[in-house]
Each structure stands twice: as structure tokens, then as C-alpha cells.
Design a protein around this ligand. Structure first.
Ligand code: ZN
Ligand code: ZN
Length: 330
């Protein structure tokens, strides 16, 4: 099933004409629980990875005192998914209770020092996100992260790999996995994607001062929050990236180490809609979806929960060889 953003409640560029030239295409990914294969774009799905290519690991220090066992996290997720198809008041079976009980935070005696195989976060085929940059004939972007966020520099360890899918002849069928992760919510649950291209605009704090002043005046007049309409919520690729909640502070665009202004590549967002959905982003096909599922959060079945923050991956337009810039957006 496709996912379709409703007609916009009002046209941003009609309110402030100077915004027309800032319109950018963003691909909303609309992850939904499923069983993607290596041939699919996915969140939390298997990667098309060459058998003879080393799997990336994180060797940073992970000063944590408790962990979750990945197998237990995965098993509990399967039970949760199975439960979604049953009546709300139906009790868990004893077997399900056992699986849930096993999935808990475990104290550890000493800091976790083993090298950590990274977890697949997403893979995107160019056919699904044509608006992204695809250098050197690459048609597949793979994103992995360390399932421990607690690094010395406080920056999540994110790894990008671009490749040509037709050059992967023998696929790694059982990639290494960490046995434990820092938090249950750092394991992206398998989701198929329903890519949809829409238009978005810069967040308020990314606008030139004069344009921002006009938008603020419009907010005063109407009582609307511009950011709610300008920027698509949820997981997405390209566009203007995630909008900050704190809209008053001017946002200095992140720079690559080479000095170039980095561009939004991938956003690990929050839910695609919440109770009131002011910006009108809830897909038409999900209009009747029940909101009773409080875990994972409504409109986001990936299970990834970074608190109130969104994670923004930027890339350097000067060279795809330059490492990504990672920003946390509140
Ligand atoms: Zn790490
Ligand atoms: Zn650069």
C-alpha cells in the first residue's frame, strides 16, 4: 500500500512568496512493520552487503553500566507485532509473558569494551529516493549505527556506505551482530518503506531574518506554528531535514570539516503524526489507524526512540568521501 500525504492545508509559498525559491523535494519514507529483503529499501532490514567485505564495527569506549540482550529485544518485538493483529483486551499467553520478562535491562559489572558490530539502520535504493545525490554510479545507500550512543564525544557513531547493487554478487547472509545493546530503543525494528516525494521548506530558524519576521507576523495573526507545516515529520531523506522545537535561535547550518555547508541526507525522526497533527501530515491511508498502540509510538513502528530528539545525518556536497556530519535536533 502506498502512503499519501494529504493536500496541504494551505500553501506555504502563498503566505510568504519569498519562500517559493526555498522549496525542496524530500522523500518521506513511511516505514511500516514488515519483512524487507536485501533487494528492498528498508529501515532495520537486511543489507545487500558483499560476503568478502568487512562489516563495520565501533571501537569507541562504551561506558555503560547496563545493557539489553539483542535476541531478547527482537523476540519481544515479534510478540508485540503479533499482538497488534489481535483484539485489544486479549491477554498475553504464558509464553508471551516469558518472552517479555526475559527482555529487560541487565546490570553489568564493568564497562562494555568489546568492539561492537554496527546495526543496520536503513538501506535506500536510488529508485526509491532519486532526489538524493548518487555519486559515481552508486544506487544503494546503507546507513548503520553503533547501538551504544554513549561515546566520549557524545556523537552517535553513524556509518554510511554507498555502492552499486549490481557489483554485489555474493551476499553476506549472516552479518555479525552485537549480543547486547545500550537501549532497547536503539534497535531499529524491520520495516518496509513507502517512499513518497513531497515539498518542504526551511524551518523558521533557517530563514533569512526578513523572511523570518514575516513568518512570525503570520504566526501571530493566525495562531499557527509555521514549522508544523513547513517540514515533514518522521523518517525522511533529503529536503530541509528536521525542524527544531526551539524555533527562536538562529540555526547555524552544520559544516563539513572541509568548510562546505553540509546538506541534509537522512532524518531519523519521531512519529509521523501525533494526536492533533497540526501540520496535516498523517497519510490518507492511515486516517483510520487506531491510536491505541502506545508502543512503538503512534505513527512510528521502527521502535527507535531517542527521547525528544531527532537525529539528522548531513552529507558534504564537495565530496561523498568526507565523513557525514551528525546533528541532534531537539
Ligand atoms: Zn560505539
Ligand atoms: Zn567536505
Amino acid at each position: 500500500m502506498t502512503r499519501t500525504t494529504p493536500a496541504r492545508p494551505w500553501e506555504v509559498a502563498a503566505v510568504v512568496p519569498q519562500l517559493a525559491t526555498t522549496a525542496r523535494t524530500v522523500t518521506r519514507l513511511h516505514p511500516r512493520t514488515g519483512s524487507p529483503t536485501v533487494q528492498d529499501s528498508s529501515v532495520g532490514g537486511p543489507l545487500l552487503w558483499p560476503r568478502d567485505e568487512p562489516w563495520p564495527t565501533c571501537t569507541g569506549s562504551h561506558e555503560v553500566s547496563s545493557v539489553w540482550e539483542l535476541e531478547a529485544v527482537r523476540a519481544a518485538h515479534h510478540v508485540t507485532v503479533a499482538r497488534w493483529s489481535r483484539p485489544e483486551d486479549e491477554a498475553h499467553t504464558p509464553e508471551e509473558e516469558t518472552i517479555f520478562d526475559r527482555n529487560e535491562e541487565k546490570e553489568i559489572d564493568s564497562p562494555y569494551t568489546d568492539p561492537v558490530p554496527l546495526l543496520p539502520v536503513a538501506q535506500l535504493y536510488a529508485r526509491d529516493v532519486p532526489a538524493l545525490p548518487w555519486p559515481d554510479g552508486a544506487d544503494l545507500l546503507q546507513i548503520l549505527w553503533c547501538p551504544f550512543m554513549d561515546h566520549d564525544d557524545d556523537i552517535p557513531a553513524v556509518h554510511l556506505r554507498r555502492r552499486r547493487a549490481d557489483q554485489v554478487t555474493a551476499v553476506l547472509s549472516r552479518p555479525p551482530e552485537p549480543s547486547v545493546i545500550e537501549l532497547e530503543a536503539y534497535w531499529p525494528a524491520p520495516c518496509v518503506l513507502h517512499p513518497e516525494q513531497v515539498i518542504e521548506y526551511p524551518a523558521l530558524n533557517q530563514l533569512p531574518a526578513a523572511v523570518g519576521a514575516r513568518v512570525r507576523a503570520w504566526q501571530e495573526d493566525t495562531g499557527h506554528h509555521y514549522n508544523a507545516f513547513a517540514s515533514a515529520p518522521g523518517w525522511k531523506a533529503g529536503g530541509w531535514g528536521a525542524a527544531a522545537w526551539h524555533e527562536e535561535e538562529p540555526a547555524d547550518p552544520p559544516h563539513c570539516g572541509c568548510g562546505a555547508v553540509a546538506q541534509p541526507l537522512f532524518t531519523i525522526g519521531l512519529a509521523e503524526w501525533n494526536g492533533h497533527d497540526e501540520g496535516g501530515w498523517r497519510p490518507v491511508e492511515d486516517a483510520d489507524a487506531e491510536d491505541r498502540r502506545c508502543y512503538p509510538p503512534v505513527g512510528d513502528p521502527t521502535g527507535v526512540d531517542l527521547g525528544d530528539e531527532k537525529l539528522q545525518i548531513y552529507h558534504c556536497p564537495a565530496s561523498h568521501e568526507h565523513p557525514p556530519v551528525i546533528a541532534r535536533v531537539y
